[in-house]
Design a protein around this ligand. Structure first.
Ligand code: PRX
Length: 660
């Protein structure tokens, strides 16, 4: 963990303004400390109190944490509730029926407003439609939809009938979709004819057809298709049904299926360091509790706010901060179909202006690319837009570099909006380490302090706490309500990944390196310590990309590493040995392009290697192990200072240093 000790020294501190403190739900450091102390004194009792106050239960639970089968923890397990009831019905009951739940803006700029009453009716009809197709509690339903009201409604309709949804990001390939369908044993897919992004129509239904043509998808009996663009589609008799036709036959009332708090609300596939993506299984009660609490405390959501999380529902950020969190709090939110650069790179700023967005949550990659665009084209600079409606900004998905933080703070937030740099993961369900706007003095590049009740810590290889100022492994010492419950169908992998024996099986291992500031104790995340890459805030396993490459008939061997990238945070560099002679010059370029397209087809465009290098071989030890640390140095263009005496074939490094 040597590198982690040399953390950048950041001395700028931004205290919360008096106005922010006075309006905040958690107001002042004393209030934060009081919550932490309450959790310290009675851990389960603390979460029980919050779960009673913030969620609507059908049957109240009698107990919070059950740790009798650690690390398979349970929370509130004898309570029953329904997530869609919490997001919809209770808003109808408490005066929000005519309030906008969703302001949808399409790729082409068309706006559609949906009230809570309308969303409730849509979800009920959708849920009845699912039931009419024989889909029932406990079934898994794959959702492969664009950003849309229907996407959010599909998730809530599954929740309403107790079906477990598994959303697959619309950018994933047929093969990735097939793998997820098979692993989940899904019975239905909900998709659209096409999606619209950046002025282009991109197929979805035909990708589903391709996936369902592959082996292992025989469990699917229904495909529901939302007509987005109207481009004619092939349909399979008996299997495929248009969403509008299905909805037309359904009643607007649907009694929620009351499920136990531990009932799996969703599976979401994410990359690990080895093997295929893992189906992260989340609960209903504990997950929803954290979604609500973090909306209220981190984002300080108030009834008059317009909240905009720019993530896609295909990622966990879209689950917690588009579908469940904002709606369970009765908020008004933006759902955006398009991309930040269409029709130009001022799109986000124009939308904030048009919809008077007050809370804006995005990823550092987006900020960095928009900084660049504004530098080049003055007309898309945020100064051209009225952003005065903003009062709070958020960042998620990857470390935010202090320069990007300062630009965001000054140019978007007008030096008046706090930035919450929220550290969390697919597995954690919601924010783990984050500033609270009315509490925490901000330091650019630091996610600051744990959310009240979260026992985050930094330990060494043996699981002992390291001193502040020293780097180590980020862990969580106690189970928390919204944590991952299992890896779908693979409890052994769950234990090995998150509760490894190295830490006596008692600490949740996040997989990130981190360090705490020597005086303030603030956390700074240093990045993954495993073979997981973070490209534009998207998580990818090096093994996944390697497997995709070696599946190509031309490829004999491949090794993939990450390299820091100014725009995407990390970029993928692939070292490839072909079955034929090592290509050079134009031939190498043509092969590289072919392999990039291949990876896009195997996994999705997000996994395309940025740089491909060809060698006669890969650097290996005499026992045949690929020396990845050398490849990382080569990828970064660093001088090789490492000891290469154990290397079987040192000459190979010179070949691999040559980019094409
Ligand atoms: O490495 C951390 C990084 O993203 C990983 C989790 O990725 P994923 O499960 O796809 O979830 C992303 C959205 C929650 C983490 O292990 N990460 C996430 N947020 C931050 C971060 N790194 C630094 N700072 C953050 N705020």
């Amino acid at each position: 963990m040597g590198a982690i000790n040399s953390v950048l020294q950041e001395h700028r501190v931004f205290e919360p303004s008096a106005e922010t403190v006075s309006r905040a739900t958690i107001s002042g450091m004393a209030a934060y400390k009081a919550l932490c102390a309450e959790a310290e004194a009675d851990y389960s009792g603390y979460w029980e109190r919050l779960a009673r106050e913030h969620l609507s239960w059908k049957t109240p639970f009698t107990k919070g944490l059950n740790d009798s089968n650690a690390p398979f923890f349970k929370w509130f397990e004898d309570g029953t509730l329904n997530a869609s009831y919490n997001c919809l019905d209770r808003n109808l009951e408490n005066g929000n029926a005519e309030k906008d739940a969703i302001i949808f803006e399409a790729d082409d700029g068309k706006v559609r407003r949906v009230t809570y009453r309308e969303l409730h009716a849509l979800v009920c009809r959708f849920a009845n439609g699912l039931k009419s197709r024989g889909i029932k509690k406990g079934d898994r339903v794959v959702i492969y939809l664009p950003m849309s009201v229907e996407g959010v409604a599909a998730m809530l309709a599954c929740a309403r009938i107790g079906a477990t949804h598994s959303v697959v990001f619309g950018g994933f390939s047929a093969k990735s979709l097939q793998e997820r369908i098979e692993d989940a044993g899904a019975v239905a897919v909900i998709t659209a004819d096409e999606q619209c992004r950046g002025g282009k129509n991109i197929p979805l239904k035909s990708v589903v057809d391709e996936a369902l043509g592959m082996e292992g998808t025989g469990s699917i009996h229904t495909v529901i298709v939302y007509q987005r663009t109207g481009t004619p589609q092939k349909t399979v008799e008996g299997r495929d049904v248009w969403l509008h036709e299905l909805l037309a036959q359904q009643a607007e009332q649907c009694e929620p299926e009351w499920v136990g708090a531990e009932h799996p609300l969703f599976l979401l596939y994410t990359s690990g360091s080895t093997g295929k993506p893992k189906g992260v299984q989340h609960s209903t009660g504990g997950y929803l509790l954290h979604a609500v609490l973090t909306m209220k405390w981190t984002f300080d959501l108030k009834p008059e706010d317009v909240f905009w999380c720019t993530a896609d529902i295909g990622w966990v950020t879209g689950h917690t901060y588009i579908t469940y969190g904002p709606l369970a709090c009765g908020g008004t939110e933006i759902v955006f179909e398009g991309v930040p650069t269409f029709p130009d790179a001022g799109r986000f700023w124009k939308m904030i202006q048009d919809h008077k967005v007050s809370i804006f949550y995005t990823a550092p990659t987006a900020i960095r690319s928009l900084i660049k665009a504004a530098d080049v084209t003055a007309s898309v600079h945020p100064r051209n837009y009225n952003l005065s409606s903003l009062r709070l900004l958020g960042s998620v998905g990857e470390p935010i570099n202090p320069e990007a933080w300062m630009w965001y703070y000054e140019n978007i937030g007008g030096a008046r909006c706090p930035i919450v740099d929220t550290f969390w993961q697919t597995e954690t369900g919601g924010h783990m380490i984050t500033p609270l706007p009315g509490v925490t003095p901000l330091v650019p590049g630091s996610c600051t302090l744990p959310f009240p009740g979260i026992q985050a810590a930094i330990v060494d290889e043996t699981g002992n706490d390291v001193e502040w100022g020293k780097g180590g492994f980020l862990v969580v010492k106690k189970p928390w309500p919204s944590m991952i419950r299992n890896i779908w169908g693979d409890p052994e992998r769950f234990k090995k990944s998150y509760y490894p024996v190295d830490f006596s099986g008692k600490l949740y291992l996040a997989g990130d390196g981190a360090v705490r500031d020597a005086t303030t104790g603030y956390f700074t995340i240093m990045g993954r310590i495993d073979d997981v890459l973070n490209v534009s805030g998207h998580r990818l396993g090096t093994m996944e990309v390697e497997s995709a490459l070696v599946a190509n008939p031309l490829v004999a061997e491949a090794a993939v590493v990450g390299r820091p990238d100014d725009l995407t945070g990390e970029a993928i560099v692939a070292f490839v040995v072909l079955k034929q002679a090592r290509p050079t010059g134009e031939t190498a370029k043509a092969f590289a392009k072919q392999l990039q397209d291949w990876v896009a087809k195997e996994i999705g465009p997000i996994a395309k290697p940025k740089d491909i290098r060809f060698g006669d071989n890969l650097p290996k030890t005499r026992s045949g192990k690929i020396m990845r640390r050398l490849l990382r140095a080569v990828a970064k263009g660093e001088e090789i200072v490492q000891d290469v005496s154990t290397l079987e074939n040192p000459g190979i490094l010179d070949q691999l240093k040559q980019s094409i």
